[in-house]
Design a protein around this ligand. Structure first.
Ligand SMILES: *Cc1c(COP(=O)(O)O)cnc(C)c1O
Length: 227
């Protein structure tokens, strides 16, 4: 099949599935879909744009820079979703992404605040929560999430915190995945008073569970770009 038609078809299928799950959860829920383009090149991103999609996510600063530069003539919205090394903060800020979803520590928030203040810039961010408690995953731990969120609001005025992000445990066990999303939703609910609006959970393999547990932002890559 023609690659464009395939991507368009993949997107339509995913949107239909999301819509079904969304209606089961609540017809008032509004869900934002981030197409994770980390495995694909400019061509696929351009095709997805022409199929009607504008919001993309990358997990490496260099790729985010290269792809957003090459595609700068398209009105795309870029999300940084991967681990951020402190020595790459200036590079990240210079790209001016729409949002950083992988703010994973108070230390990183402090560093970001210093550089943002210098540049007289603000940056929308989500606090990443390590809901699976796997040591390979980044993020603040469940028990410290609320306190960390409030602390960042206090010490980093140039960071516009809009909510939280999590990656569930890497397993086929639905109960375990569900437990990750439930814990994260609980934190999200408790942060309503602090202005949290975005709950970013769910990837290709677990987005239905994420929607059933209140996610309003999904990050989906392989299902949208599959061959
Ligand atoms: C790769 C990635 C995704 C998308 O994963 P798929 O399984 O390809 O849908 C979502 N979130 C993060 C943080 C990722 O790194």
């Amino acid at each position: 099949m023609d690659r464009y038609l395939q991507i368009k078809d993949n997107l339509r299928n995913i949107i239909e599935e999301i819509e079904k799950e969304r209606l089961k959860y609540s017809s008032h829920q509004i869900i934002n879909l981030i197409a994770v383009s980390k495995y694909v090149s400019y061509d696929d991103i351009k095709m997805l744009y022409h199929a009607g999609h504008r919001t993309f996510g990358e997990n490496k600063i260099q790729d985010l820079k290269d792809k957003s530069n090459i595609l700068e003539n398209l009105p795309l919205q870029w999300h940084m979703i991967g681990r951020i090394q402190k020595n790459k903060i200036n590079q990240l800020i210079s790209i001016k992404p729409y949002m950083v979803q992988s703010l994973d520590s108070i230390d990183l928030a402090k560093e970001l605040q210093i550089r943002l203040e210098k540049q007289n810039m603000t940056l929308k961010c989500l606090l990443q929560v390590n809901s699976s408690n796997e040591s390979t995953k980044s993020g603040v731990c469940i028990d410290e999430a609320i306190e960390s969120y409030k602390k960042i609001l206090q010490i980093a005025p140039n960071i516009k915190l809009e909510g939280i992000m999590t990656i569930a445990a890497n397993t086929d066990d639905k109960k375990i995945i569900e437990s990750c999303f439930k814990k994260t939703k609980d934190i999200f609910d408790k942060l309503q008073d602090s202005g949290a609006k975005i709950l970013s959970c769910g990837m290709s393999n677990d987005y239905k569970i994420a929607i059933a547990n209140g996610a309003n932002m999904l990050r989906i890559g392989s299902s949208i770009f599959k061959k």
